[in-house]
Design a protein around this ligand. Structure first.
Ligand code: F6R
Length: 246
């Protein structure tokens, strides 16, 4: 496992930035998560879906095979589509069960997604809060499905997905953006920032503009991920392309 030098300096001194080759991102991020699991084997892990964290989840499963006890974790997802049945393979519940809970040996009873209870923020609080939240970043700077313009103080709620996000996710819906749900339920920006720690995974040039703005630009609701500058314990694991250094 190797990391690479990075020129970009995050605006927040509390943001730890680790650059890694694209094929090592997941393994590097998995070490950050494995450290959390070792410290809090019965803790709450916040789960992002999508492509970015897939190699992280594979890396975490490898840690389990090597003896890391992941079975006691509780999983709380960032978001879920509105209007997709929970057992639909395209639902985020299906994603979390298949890619995270299954490989980590976590029973479905300890997998939670927005929309399954009236007050998701209250559910998270009743579980003791998220210990470590995994996030990706949208090409438009979203975290969760907090699209540009979302209030930095937002809590879990139903949101309209932008045309850009529906286009980006069309690959999971037969390539047809019109087939992507118009709405999703997402943890709010404040909900995400309530997590004790956050680890972001970002890969590829399509993320560069948003990631550089989030790390070095002003904190603004126009770039929802910029809110992470206000968080005390953020680790960003990114490749050179995502950092605009390629
Ligand atoms: C997924 C989520 C989104 C994604 C983002 C990047 O649960 O909340 O914010 O992290 O859209 O998606 P990928 O990783 O597929 O590029």
């Amino acid at each position: 496992m190797s990391t690479t030098a990075v020129r970009l300096r995050p605006a927040s001194p509390r943001t730890r930035l680790i650059a890694a080759p694209p094929d090592q991102l997941g393994a590097v991020a998995a070490v950050v998560v494995a450290d959390f699991v070792r410290a809090q084997p019965n803790g709450v892990l916040g789960i992002a879906t999508g492509a970015s964290p897939m190699s992280l989840y594979r890396g975490l499963a490898a840690h389990r095979l090597a003896g890391l006890a992941t079975e006691g974790l509780t999983l709380c997802a960032l978001d879920e589509y509105v209007g997709i049945a929970p057992d639909d393979p395209r639902s985020y519940r299906s994603y979390v069960l298949k890619n995270v809970a299954g490989p980590l040996g976590i029973p479905a009873e300890r997998v939670h997604l927005p929309g399954e209870v009236d007050d998701y923020d209250q559910l998270i609080a009743s579980l003791g809060g998220v210990g470590l939240q995994i996030v990706g970043i949208g090409g438009n700077g979203h975290i969760g499905f907090n699209e540009p313009g979302s209030a930095l103080e937002s809590s879990t709620r139903v949101v309209e997905l932008t045309a850009e996000t529906r286009q980006a996710n069309a690959r999971y819906f037969g390539g047809d953006p019109a087939a992507v749900p118009q709405q999703a339920m997402t943890q709010g920006i404040r909900t995400i920032c309530n997590a004790a720690g956050i680890v972001m995974v970002a890969s590829g040039a399509a993320k560069a503009q948003a990631l550089v703005a989030a790390l070095t630009g002003p904190v603004t609701s126009q770039v929802p991920a910029s809110a992470l500058q206000l968080h005390p314990a953020v680790t960003v694991v990114a490749d050179a392309a995502a950092l605009g250094e390629e």
